[in-house]
Structure formats: C-alpha cells, structure tokens
Design a protein around this ligand. Structure first.
Ligand SMILES: Nc1ncnc2c1ncn2[C@@H]1O[C@H](COP(=O)(O)OP(=O)(O)OP(=O)(O)O)[C@@H](O)[C@H]1O
Length: 917
C-alpha cells in the first residue's frame, strides 16, 4: 500500500514508497507515522515511529517523482542583514539550505539525544542503586518488622505468661488463704481436741485411780464371793449326794435288795441239748419267768434281773452306788448265792478279762476316795478269808498257823477277828495283788456237778475308816463281798466222806443264813447270827443298820430247774426281809467331838453368813457403783478412742495438706524463677533490638546522606549541563528566528518542543529522586510501629493504573511546556517538595518519585526506540503503589507543576512569537 504520495512538499523527490511484508505481495503494508527523508548525499532515510514489536520488512518499492515545469516553480527571496538587498533563491537552493540546517540541527539533536541518553543511563544507574538501597532498606525494614513482630509475639507471650502467673499466683493466694484458714480451723480443732483429750485423760486417770481402789475392793469381794461360791458349790454337791443317797436309802428301806443273774448255757449243756427254762421277756421290770414245764411258767420278782447277755459292767453299774455308800460310813454286804456252777465266782471275782465285783468295787472306792480326798480322809484295808467247814481261814496270811481264827465282839454290834490280816491298800494295783493272793490261796476242789466249784465261802472284807476333814466326822464301815459255796442239794451231788462233810457244813451255814434272814424277816427278837461262822461274821453287815444285796445266780438249763427254783424261792424269801433304814457306823467318841465342832462351825457359819450377807450387800452396792463407773469409763474410753481417731485423721490430713502446700510452693518458686528468666531474656532482647535499631538507623542515615550527597552532586552537574543546553537552545532559537520563514521551521519547532519536554521530564525525575532521598532521610531516623505499618499499607494500596494515568496525563500536560520555564518549575517543585517532605508521608513522595521516574523512563525508552511497556515494567517492579491520599496529593502537586509549566510554556511561546515577529 502506498504510504504517502509526496515526500517533500516543495521539492518532490519521491512520488510513492510502498512497503511489503512479503516478497511479491500484491498489497503494501499500512504503516502509520513513518517518516522518510532524503539526505544531502541523496540517501533515503526511513523512520518507523509508530511501529510496535519487530515486524519484518521484505520489500520496499520507491518511485521517483516527475520534475515540475519551470512555470510551476516559485522563487523566494532572502534579505541580507547587512545591505537589505533581496536575494532571489531558487527552491532548490532553499531546499539545500534547509537541508543543511536540518542536518546540522539533527546532528545537534542527535548529540543532545546521546547526552540525554547518557544522563538517562546515569540516572537509571543511580535509580537502580537507589532501588538496591531501597531494597536493602526494605529488607532492613522487613527484618526490623520481623524483629518487631517477634518482639510483639514475645510481649504477647510474656503478657500471657504474666497473666497466667497472675492467675496462678491469685489462685495460689486464694488456695493459700483457704488452706491457712483450714489449717487455722484444724489447729483450733486440734487444740480443742487436745484440751478435751487432756481432760478426758485426766478423767480417765481419775477413773483409773478410783477403779484401782474399786478393783481392790472388787477383788476382795470377788475372792469372798468365790469362796462363798465354792462353799455353796460344795454344799450343793453334798446336798445332791445326800439327796441321792437319801433316795437310795429310801429305796433300800425295809428290804434286802435281791438281784438275779442267769449265766448262759455252757458247752456241755448246749451239747447235751438242755433247754432254757428261764424267760427274760420282763427282765427290765424285774420279773423272771421259769418254765417249770411246757405249759406253766413261774414268775419270780426281784429288784433287778440280768440276762446272760448282760456283762459285768452292766451289773456293776447298778451296784456301784451301794458300794460307794461304804465310804459314807454304811456297812454293806453283797453276797452271791446259788447252785454250784451258776456263776457266783464269775460275778464276784470275775476273770482277768471280765473283772468282777471285788475288783470293780475297790476300784470305785479308791476313785471316789480320791475325789473326796480334800474333804474326807479314807483309810482302806482289805481282808480276804474263807469259811471252810465252819472254820475261818485267812487267805492273806503268809503262813498257816495252827491257831484258829475266832470272831470276837469289840463293841455294840461290832465284831472283829483277831489275827486276821488287814492289808492296807493305797491303790488298785495293790488291791489286785491282794485279790490274786487270796484267790490262789482259796481251796478249790471238784465234784461231780462242777469240778471247779468251790466248797467254801470266800469273803472279802473291806474296812473303810473315814474322817471328814470339814466336819471332823469319823466313820468305820465294812463292805462284805461274799462268794458263797454252792447251794445244791446233797442228794443230787451224791458225795461221800470229806465231800459229804464239806457239803453238810455248806448246807448248815447256808441254812443258818436262811434262818437269820427268816428271823430278820419275821423281826424276831433273836437273830441267830452265831449259828454259823458265816452269819456270825456277817452280823454287823447283814440286817440291822447295814445295806444288804443278794445276787441269786441261776442256771438256765432245764437240767438245773429244781435247783434254780429252790434258789429263786430262797431269794424271794430274802427279798421279803425288811431290815429297816441303814445307819451310819459313827465312832461315838469322835461323835461327841464332832458335835462340839459342829456347834462351833454352825456358830462360825452363822457369823460368816451374816458377814457374807453384809459383804454381799456391800458388794452389790459396789457392784452397782462399779458398773456405773465402768459404763462411764467405757463411754469416756469410746470418746477418747473416737477423738484419737479423729485427731489421727486430722493430723494425717494436716500433714497431707502441708506436703501439698510445700510441693505447690516449690512449684511456684520454680515458675517464678522461669518467669524472672523470661523477663530477663525479654529485657535483653529489647535492649538488643534497641541497639540493633540504633545501629540500623545510623547505617541508614549514613547511606541516605551519602545518596543525598551523590544526588546533589549529580543534580548540580545536571544543572550545569542543563544551563549549557539552555544556552545552546537559545542559540538554536536565535538561529531559528532567523529562519522563521523557512518552511521547515515548524517541524523543527515541534522537534525542539519534544526535546524540551524530554529535558523537563528528565529534570523532574531527577528532582523527584532528590526529594525522595530527602524524604527518606527525614523519615529514616524516627521509626515507629505506626509509621511502619502505615508505610506498609500505603505501599500496598497504590493503584498502578492510576499511576500510569497520572504519568500519561502529566506527560500530555507537560508537552506544551517551555524549556526555560521548565527549569523554573523544577526549582519551584523542589522547594515545594522540601516543604512537603516535612509534613507528608515518605512513601507518598517515594511513590511520586517513582511515578516521575516511570515517566522519565518511558520517555527515555522512546528516545532509545525501545518498548516503553518493558521499561515501565522494569521500573514498577522495584516500586510499590501509593495510597489514594498520596495520589490526591500527588495529583495536586502535579497540577501545580503542570500549571506552572503551562504558564511557563505560554510565556515562552509568547516570547518566541514576539521574538519571531
Ligand atoms: N454270766 C456268765 N457269763 C458267762 N459265763 C458264765 C457266767 N456265769 C458263769 N459263767 C461260767 O460258768 C462257769 C461256772 O462258773 P462259776 O465257777 O463262777 O460258778 P460258781 O457258782 O462259782 O461254782 P462253785 O460253787 O463251784 O464255785 C464258769 O466257767 C464261768 O465262766
């Protein structure tokens, strides 16, 4: 496409100039603001002013313009300054001259541009160093801010810690107060409890002292009571025994007691096939049935009936009370009557495995005597004898003498056999030895009925001498245990000679016994005791005041039925004998003495009873008192125990609380130490921060001063340079006025204007930098938290587009300024900024300077034919936007500058016009 038709208006050289983007393109490019000129040497110079980016030009088509006819050429005239003559010049000459001037001016402009570029570079370098310094400064500020922030954090942490410490200390104080109050309360309670404890202890001590006396009295009374109780117990025991004996006496009253015992069938009888004729169905009631034949049964009644199955123990259990009555001073006679071989010896003597009455009786006597040894002293002696053929034979005599033993009466009712051995026995072993000796010495023969039957009456006499230690009563009693000889009828035995004689003696003695019993039964005035040795010996123990027990021994065999019935009949007769109540065999001499002692004892007992009664009353009173005291003491003791337990608990609690208090106080001490350490650290940090700030501020001041000096120097140099430039411009203006008629003057003027604008902007940029440094200088020494924050916020709030707008508006408004007035406006601006720097924010001026710098940079980029946007970006990267207030201030300042510049440009234009006129 054709860019323009005519290149030079007056002297058309080129008619067309087409630019193509591709070789062989049909249409040329449409390019705006491209200027083409032809130099003196005919070179064509093409300027692409409005091109953005880097387009490739592939081809340029130039067409030479056709020469104008002479009639169309206009001749101009020049007037000589010396002679005022008109000199006609042709357009070509004029053109040549203009070209010369233009070339000259262009060279100058180029030089100025180069100079300006150099200055711009210097300014840029200065700006860059300033930016670096600013960055350093910013970094320092950031560090300072960080430090400040850290300091703030530390302050906050300290405040928090202090608040915590305050809370803890307040809590501690509160707790301490509470604990101290609680401790005071506890101490008061403890004191009260201690007082109460001491009072109670005192009371307890009093009680204890009183109780000791009381206890003494109690002990004494208790001893008396124990004695009394013991006496009572003994008395009761005696009473019981007496009652028992009384009952027994009552039982025995009037009758000789008869027990019937039946042996079992022996082997011979069993083998012979003899039947049992004894019925024991009613044996418990004392009834014994004898089957006389198959249809009839004869009943015999006795005190006790023992079956063959009853052993020695069972039998003796019923006899033992009678035996022990010997110890009470009664004469007792127990004899076994019955047919030979019915078990008389078995019952009285027994065997080693089954001991009989003799052994068991003496055993019981010794046992009872031992039991009563504290109250009664017993002397027991034993005599063993037999009556054989009416002769008394001492079975304990070691040597048989020819002298016959005779029975002699020693006192009323009392009989004695002089020369009879009375073996004093102390224990049961001695008794057994004695019994064995007697048994061995007993004459044992054999006959047809029972080869082992004895043919003599074996008699064991136990003489008991008793002395009551309490009452002093003395008794002498006898116990006769008699194993009678067999009672079988003579006809049946068919004995002859000595055996017959033995049998006759036995029968005679047994019939004498029967006579005595009959006499006793009939209560005859004469009892024929002396008819036989047996009855004579048993005189004091059979009938009268004595207790008699007869064991009738029977055989169960049918073979012995007749003898059995005979024995039972005899026993029945004996059972019917009423002897009357038994009497104690008391020694009369001793009796008198005993009566005396009894009276005395009674009197003593009476007095003792009275004393006892009094003591009992006193004891009762004391007991009641003691009980009351005991109760009181128990209550006091319980209270003491309770108080002691409470005291222990409280003491434990106090100890625990004290321990906790100590622990807490130790913890508090540790915390206080930590807090003081923190405070010290914080103080150290604050001092360090202050020192660091001072050092930083000093450094910054120094750097700013250096920059200021450098800027001053540069501004001075720039002023000098600008004054030189102004002079040159004046010269150029002068020259231009000379060529006012020249057709190229307008173009030159425009170029000059552009250069002036650039110069003014450059100056403004320099001034702004100076102001900025001055403001920094003013702002740096005093750094406060608020100002820093405001500065930060202001930097953030800057609006880049507005800056650009302002920059562009400034640029457009300054286009019409005049160079001279521009320098004046610069001075004015500096003055105003100096004033403003004292009252306005540093950042505002910094941003203003940055905006100026941006404008300058943009213009300088235009000069350097560089991309303005890049230059602007480079500048804006190192700066931060200003706030709205700052923008307003900046706009107002810019307006002032602009007005001043406009007025200056107007004045300059007026002057130029006048000068040109
Ligand atoms: N109750 C009994 N239980 C068992 N055996 C008995 C019983 N009674 C007697 N005997 C036995 O009968 C036999 C004769 O007894 P024992 O010699 O005692 O009779 P006795 O009447 O004493 O005769 P004698 O008149 O000839 O002396 C003995 O062997 C004895 O062991």
């Amino acid at each position: 496409m054709r860019v323009f038709d005519v290149f030079i208006e007056e002297d058309k050289v080129l008619s067309e100039l087409d630019i193509y983007s591709a070789v062989g393109a049909n249409k040329p490019l449409q390019v705006v603001n491209v200027r083409v000129s032809v130099g003196d040497d005919g070179d064509i110079l093409i300027r692409f002013h409005g091109i953005l980016g880097s387009p490739i030009v592939s081809g340029i088509c130039i067409k030479q313009a056709p020469e104008l006819p002479t009639s169309q050429v206009k001749h101009e005239h020049l007037i000589c300054n010396n002679c005022d003559t008109e000199i006609s010049i042709s357009p070509s000459q004029k053109k040549f001259m203009a070209m010369k001037f233009i070339t000259k001016y262009e060279k100058k402009i180029e030089e100025l541009n180069i100079l300006c570029q150099r200055k711009a570079d210097e300014c840029y370098e200065a700006w860059m160093s300033l930016t670096a310094t600013n960055q350093l400064l910013e970094k320092s500020r950031m560090e300072l801010d960080n430090k400040f922030f850290e300091n703030m954090c530390l302050d906050q942490a300290i405040e928090k810690l202090a608040a915590k410490l305050r809370d803890v200390s307040s809590q501690y104080e509160c707790d301490k107060r509470l604990w101290s109050e609680a401790l005071d309360k506890l101490e008061r309670k403890v004191k009260i409890m201690n007082i109460e404890h001491s009072q109670l202890s005192h009371e307890a001590r009093d009680c204890a002292s009183s109780t000791s006396k009381l206890s003494k009295m109690i002990f004494a009374v208790q001893a008396l009571v124990a004695q009394c109780d013991d006496l009572k117990l003994k008395f009761n025991e005696e009473q019981v025994k007496r009652k028992k004996l009384f009952n027994e006496v009552q039982e025995a009253k009037g009758n000789i007691r008869v027990f019937c015992r039946c042996r079992p069938l022996n082997k011979e009888e069993a083998s012979s096939g003899y039947e049992m004729v004894v019925d024991f169905t009613a044996a418990k009631d004392g009834d014994l049935g004898i089957l006389t034949n198959t249809s009839t049964k004869k009943i015999f009644k006795f005190d006790r009936v023992y079956a063959p199955t009853d052993d020695q123990v069972d039998v003796f259990a019923d006899v033992s009370p009678l035996v022990t009555s010997v110890l009470d001073g009664y004469n007792v006679c127990i004899f076994a009557y019955g047919q030979t071989g019915t078990g008389k010896t078995f019952t009285m003597e027994g065997t080693e495995e089954n001991r009989g009455f003799n052994y068991r009786t003496l055993q019981t006597l010794f046992k009872t005597a031992e039991e009563r040894k504290e109250t009664v002293k017993y002397d027991i002696s034993v005599s063993v004898l037999e009556v054989y053929n009416e002769q008394i034979r001492d079975l304990l005599a070691t040597s048989q003498t020819s002298k016959r033993l005779e029975i002699k009466q020693v006192s009323e009712g009392g009989h004695h056999v002089p020369g009879l051995v009375e073996a004093k026995v102390e224990n049961i072993k001695e008794v057994w030895d004695v019994l064995q000796a007697g048994s061995n010495a007993r004459a044992v023969g054999s006959n047809n009925v029972n080869e082992h039957s004895s043919r003599s009456h074996c008699m064991l006499c136990t003489l008991v001498r008793a002395r009551n230690l309490v009452t002093g009563e003395c008794t002498q009693s006898k116990l006769w245990l008699v194993d009678l000889a067999g009672s079988e009828r003579l006809a049946k035995t068919e004995v002859q000679g000595d055996r017959l004689k033995e049998a006759q003696y036995i029968n005679r003695s047994l019939s004498a016994l029967g006579d005595v019993i009959s006499a006793l039964a009939t209560k005859s005035s004469h009892i024929p005791y002396r008819n036989s040795k047996l009855t004579h010996l048993l005189q004091d123990s059979l009938g009268g005041d004595s207790k008699t027990l007869m064991f009738v021994q029977i055989s169960p065999s049918k073979h012995d039925l007749g003898e059995t019935i005979s024995s039972l009949s005899f026993a029945t007769r004996v059972r019917g004998v009423e002897l009357g109540p038994a009497k104690k065999q008391v020694d009369m001499v001793e009796l008198q003495k005993l009566k005396m002692t009894l009276d005395k004892a009674k009197q003593e007992l009476k007095s003792k009873d009275d004393a006892m009664r009094k003591l009992q009353e006193d004891f009762h009173i004391l007991e009641v008192k003691a009980k009351g005291k005991d109760q009181c003491y128990r209550n006091q003791q319980e209270k003491i125990n309770e108080l002691e337990s409470q005291l222990a608990m409280k003491t434990e609690l106090c100890e625990k609380l004290e321990n906790r208090l100590l622990q807490f106080s130790e913890g508090m001490k540790g915390k206080e130490e930590i807090c003081t350490n923190f405070q010290q650290k914080v103080e150290e940090l604050v001092n360090k921060l202050k020192e660091y700030e001072q050092a930083e501020s000093m450094n910054l001041q120094y750097q700013v001063k250096e920059l200021e000096n450098r800027l001053k120097e540069r501004s001075q140099g720039f002023e000098l340079h600008s004054s030189i430039l102004q002079q040159k411009i004046r010269e150029l203006e002068n020259k231009l006025t000379c060529e006012r008629d020249n057709s190229d003057s307008q173009l030159l003027q425009q170029k000059i204007k552009v250069l002036e604008e650039k110069l003014i902007e450059h100056e403004q940029g320099e001034c702004t930098l100076q102001l900025c440094s001055a403001e920094k200088l003013a702002a740096t020494p005093i750094l406060t938290t608020a100002s820093t924050q405001r500065r930060m916020s202001n930097i953030v709030d800057v609006d880049p587009p507005s800056q650009r707008t302002l920059g562009s508006s400034n640029r457009t408004r300054n286009q019409g300024s005049v160079l001279l007035k521009g320098t004046e406006s610069l001075r004015e601006l500096r003055r105003k900024r100096d004033i403003q720097s004292k009252g306005t924010e540093n950042n505002f001026l910094l941003s203003t300077s940055l905006l100026e710098k941006k404008t300058l940079s943009a213009e300088s980029n235009k000069v350097k034919h560089l991309d303005p946007s890049k230059a602007l970006a480079r500048i804006t990267r190192s700066t931060k936007p200003a706030s709205t207030a700052q923008k307003a201030c900046f706009i107002s300042n810019a307006r002032v500058n602009r007005d001043a510049q406009v007025t200056a440009v107007k004045e300059t234009n007026n002057k130029l016009k006048a000068w040109l006129r």
